[in-house]
Ligand binder design. Sequence first.
Ligand code: NAD
Length: 501
Amino acid sequence: MSDMAIKNRAGTVGAPVIRELRNFVGGRFIDGGAPFDIIDPATGRVHARAYEANAAIIDQAVAAARKAVAGDWGTMPLAKRRALLVAVATGIESRFDDFLEAEIADTGKPYELAHHLDIPRGAANFRVFADTIANLSTETFEMDTPDGGKALNYAVRKPLGVVAVISPWNLPLLLMTWKVAPAMACGNAVIVKPSEETPSTTTLLGEVMAAVGMPDGAFNVVHGFGPDSAGELLTTHRGVRAITFTGETRTGSAIMRAAAPTVKALSFELGGKNAAIVFADADLDAAIAGLSRAAFLNTGQVCLAPERMYVERAVFDRFVAGMKAKAEALTPGLPHDAGTSLGPLISAEHRDKVLGYYAAAARDGATVVTGGGVPALAGDAAGGFFVEPTIWTGLGPDATVCREEIFGPCCHIAPFDTENEVVRLANDTDYGLASSVWTTNLSRAHRVGKAMEVGISWVNCWFLRDLRTPFGGTKLSGVGREGGEHSINFYSEPTNICIKL
Ligand code: NAD
C-alpha cells in the first residue's frame, strides 16, 4: 500500500486509500486481470489499482453485451429506456462528490474545473440523449409503382449491437458519457475501455448503472491499455459492431487498421492543431480573456485548444502582453488548494513530451514570452507533473511547435496583415478540428468562420456548443460527426421497409 492520503476540500487528511478498480461485466464487478497502478498526477503517488482485462474477460464482456442487446435492454420499451438514462444522470448527481474526487485523483485537475465542467457534463449527456431519442422522426416516402399502384417506404432505426467506447484521459467522464449516452439511448450495449491513466469515474459509473437497475450487460467496463491489451482486443473482436474512439490521430489510424477485417462502423474524434485569429477590430480584452482560457484550461490538455494564434499586426503587441499577464497570473498547485488555477499534466511521460516541445521551440529560435520550464513547487505538489504555461513568438509556420499537437499549456502567437493571408495560414495544417475567430465585423466573421477547414468554427467565443449540433473533425482530426441526431445516426442502423399497397 502507498502512503497516499486523500485530502478533502478543507485540507484535512484522511486514512490512506487505494481504490480497487475491477472490470464491470454483465452487471457486476468481477475478479481477474493483471493489476496496474493509477497515479495521481498532482503528487506522483499511486492512488488506485485497476485490473487489466485479458482475452477471456473481453470475451465475457462481449457475450454479456450481446445478450443484453438481444434481450432485456435491446427490446425495452423506449419510455423505460429513457427513464433509465435519466436515472443514470440523477445517479451521477446523487454521488457528485464521489465522481468529483475520483476525477480529481485521476487527473489532478483543479477542484473548481472538475466541479463546474467534468461532472455536470457527465450527467447532462444522459439527459440530452434521453431527450434526443424521444424526438426523432421517421423517414417515409410513398412511391408510384410500375403497375400504377403505390408502395410505402419507411425506415425504422435499430441498434447496431455491441459498441466499444475507447476514451482518453483529458476529460474522462465527460468524453466517455458523450459516447455512452447516445449509444445506449439507441438500445446498443456498450463496452467502455477508459484510458489506463483515468479509469476511476468510468468504474464508478458501473456502480451507478447497477444501482439504477440497468439490465445486466448493457454497460460494461474493461480496463487496460491499447496495443496488445484490452483496447486492441476490442477493436479486433468479431462480436463488436462499432467503435467510437476519442484520442490521438495515430491511435485512430491503428484502430482503423485493426477494425478493417471485421468491417466495424467507426466514429473518430482525434487530435487538433487549432488556430485562433484575432482581427484588429476585435474587442481585445474579450479576445485575451477568451483565448488565454482556451490555451490554458485543463493545462492545455483539450483537443480544441488553440496552440496557434494569429493576431493582426496593429494589435499584436497589446495582445501578446495581455496573454503574458494572464499566463503569469495562473497558480499551479494541488487540486483542493483554494488558489490553484493550473493543474499538472497527466503523467511524467506526457510532461517529458511537452518539455521536449518546449526545448524544440527554444532550439528553433523562438522568443519565449513567458514560461518554458517547470515551476518550483513545495510539499506534495513537488512530486506532481507540472509545467509552466508558455507563450512563444517569432517562429515560422514550419517550426515543430507550430505543426505538431503538443497538448500542453502553450501557444505560439504570430502577426498577420491581411484576411487572405491569415485564412491560408490557419488552414495550413494536417488537422481540422476547431478554430476561433475574433472580430466585430459580422460579414467577416461569417466569411472567415466558413473558410476554416474545421468541424467547429467559433466566433468571439470558444468551447461553447449546443449539444444537439454536429461535432467532429475534418482531415486528420476525425471521421464522422456526433451530437444530437448526428449521434443517433451513427449509433443506429435504419432498415427500410417497403410495403406494396
Ligand atoms: P490515446 O490515443 O493515447 O489513447 C486514447 C485511448 O485509446 C486510450 O483508452 C488508450 O488506451 C486507447 N488505445 C491506445 N492505443 C490503442 C490501440 N492500438 N487500440 C485500441 N485502443 C488504443 O489518446 P490520449 O493520450 O488518451 O488523449 C489525448 C489525445 O486525444 C489528443 O490527441 C487529443 O487531441 C485527443 N482528443 C480528441 C478529442 C476530440 O474530440 N477530437 C477530444 C479529446 C481528446
